[in-house]
Design a protein around this ligand. Structure first.
Ligand code: ADP
Ligand code: MG
Length: 481
């Protein structure tokens, strides 16, 4: 199927072609005809599936362009507001539509000025409510979209949203998009949508099969070591490391910088300008590691993120889905790596069940494994390098005093320092230990339901003690990750 079949205006078809879109994504195939038919709609699909174009294209196609603001898109964060308006702008500009972006932290007057000249407004709830309440703007849109509704709920915007809708005309087409559908979102849908059609991209399609999901069991104090070892081993083009708190982002950023990595931290307290600059640096590849909190990285759309690391496993399944959705975008392969401590294994099980996905356990590679991989890469690189004139000069110079073999050894020693793998030999649990832990967790569950509380603690402690003793007598068996 192609975009032609929607019978969009020629200019819009041209814009789609310019954007390089060849085939509509599943959520686009299903949503676009419904929206073109004038129905309200509720759409559920994972991040990165093309929801923006799913509502943006049919809306732009139906707009007349001659009576002010015709479309209002409400999104949870400033980053998303910018992303969505960028995406709509590339489709809208060829038709001649103007987009205004409205969010907190910038001057009111400029925004109001832009709103007055726009056809499409993309706004975050807080600022939008301010403007409507204070009667600084009046909106009469034919199309209203609530994007990433579950994020709005998580961020505590539910009341603002309900209030905003009291200022909007009854006669409108309303669309709602969400990656997940918690109860409160379904209830909100009943309040703001009229006889909506639903589009659900089913669970198996929702878990992006381009993303490999792995977890590594480590002790809390080993997290830093494990993270650096894995980055060393996997050699990501770009990666995002997720932390739970801003404090952790700051600490990890300075630690990794001290270890020679090019990193940037991203969290909710940063000034808007600084955030934009940081994201741009990441997109352009000036920084290849992002350390972020959930909120800061919401909706972040960077196409070549090869790895997502969860420094800690997130508390809820929805954040997990959002986090790992930062990789494997636009048809690329991605890898999501989660560090867990032994007692977080149950969180893994819960997320697997909620999301309908499978995470595979792996062992952190040993120092020697990483070293030999790096050494063999170095050999390849040496074999493929072209000799430069200045190198010939340098070796000539050295040959006055040193024989050629010694020169080679010396040069190799200099390069080798660069690929030296640091840290202890073994990090985290080995495969047998992980398997045993999983097995124990399973038995634990059985016991929990048979026995009363008092005994549980004792059982757990004693079984842990036993296995520690056993662990020592085992040779650590390791599998490639
Ligand atoms: P979502 O809102 O579902 O998270 P987005 O709308 O942000 O997803 O789209 C993710 C990325 O995929 C964007 O860079 C977008 O330009 C691109 N994209 C969307 N639809 C298509 C398509 N049909 N073909 C190619 N790329 C697409
Ligand atoms: Mg989106």
């Amino acid at each position: 199927m192609t975009f032609k079949e929607f019978n969009f205006k020629n200019t819009l078809n041209q814009a789609i072609q310019n954007a390089g879109f060849k085939e509509p994504s599943p959520v686009q195939k299903e949503s676009i005809p419904i929206i073109l038919d004038g129905h309200d709609m509720i759409g559920q699909a994972q991040t990165g599936t093309g929801k923006t174009a799913a509502f943006g294209l049919p809306i732009i196609n139906m707009m007349s362009g001659d009576n002010g603001i015709e479309a209002l898109i409400i999104v949870p964060t400033r980053e998303l507001a910018m992303q969505v308006s960028d995406e709509l702008f590339r489709f809208g500009k060829i038709v001649g539509y103007k987009t205004a972006t409205v969010y907190g932290g910038t001057a009111y007057n400029k925004q109001i000025e832009r709103i007055n000249h726009a056809n499409i407004v993309v706004a975050t709830p807080g600022r939008l409510q301010d403007l409507l309440k204070s009667k600084k703007i009046k909106l009469n849109p034919k199309f209203v979209v609530l994007d990433e509704a579950d994020e709005m709920l998580d961020m505590g915007f539910l009341d603002e949203i309900k209030n905003i809708f009291t200022y909007l005309p009854e006669d409108r087409q309303t669309l709602m998009f969400s990656a997940t559908m918690p109860k409160q979102i379904k209830k909100l849908a009943e309040e703001i949508l009229k006889n909506p059609k639903s589009v659900t991209i089913t669970k198996s399609e929702r878990t992006n099969s381009d993303i490999t999901q792995k977890f590594y069991v480590v002790s809390d104090y080993e997290r830093d070591d494990a993270l650096l070892r894995l980055i060393d081993y996997k050699n990501p083009t770009k990666c995002i490391i997720f932390c739970r708190m801003k404090k952790e982002v700051d600490r990890l950023s300075s630690y990794m910088t001290s270890q020679g990595f090019k990193v940037a931290g991203l969290h909710g307290d940063m000034e808007q300008k600084q955030r934009e600059r940081t994201i741009r640096a990441f997109k352009q590849g000036l920084v290849d590691i992002f350390i972020a909190t959930d909120v800061a990285a919401r909706g972040l759309d960077v196409n070549d993120v090869s790895h997502v690391f969860n420094y800690h496993i997130p508390f809820d399944s929805e954040s997990y889905v959002h986090r790992i959705g930062r990789t494997g975008r636009a048809g690329n392969k991605g890898e999501a790596i989660t560090l867990v401590s032994p007692n977080e294994l149950r969180t893994i099980k819960r997320i697997e069940k909620d999301v309908g996905t499978k995470m595979i356990s792996r062992v952190v590679p040993t120092r020697q494994e990483v070293q030999s991989r790096k050494d063999s890469n170095l050999l390849k690189e040496i074999a493929q390098t072209n000799i430069t004139p200045s190198a010939i000069e340098l070796v000539k110079e050295l040959q006055h005093d040193i024989d050629i073999v010694t020169i080679a050894y010396l040069l190799a020693s200099i390069i080798q320092k660069e690929v030296d793998v640091k840290g202890k030999d073994n990090i985290g649990l080995n495969q047998e230990e992980i398997d045993r832990l999983i097995e124990r967790n399973r038995n634990q569950k059985g016991r929990d339901s048979n026995h009363r509380r008092g005994r549980r603690g004792r059982n757990r402690n004693s079984s842990r003690g036993d296995s520690r003793r056993r662990d020592r007598s085992h040779r650590r068996k390791r599998y490639k990750s």
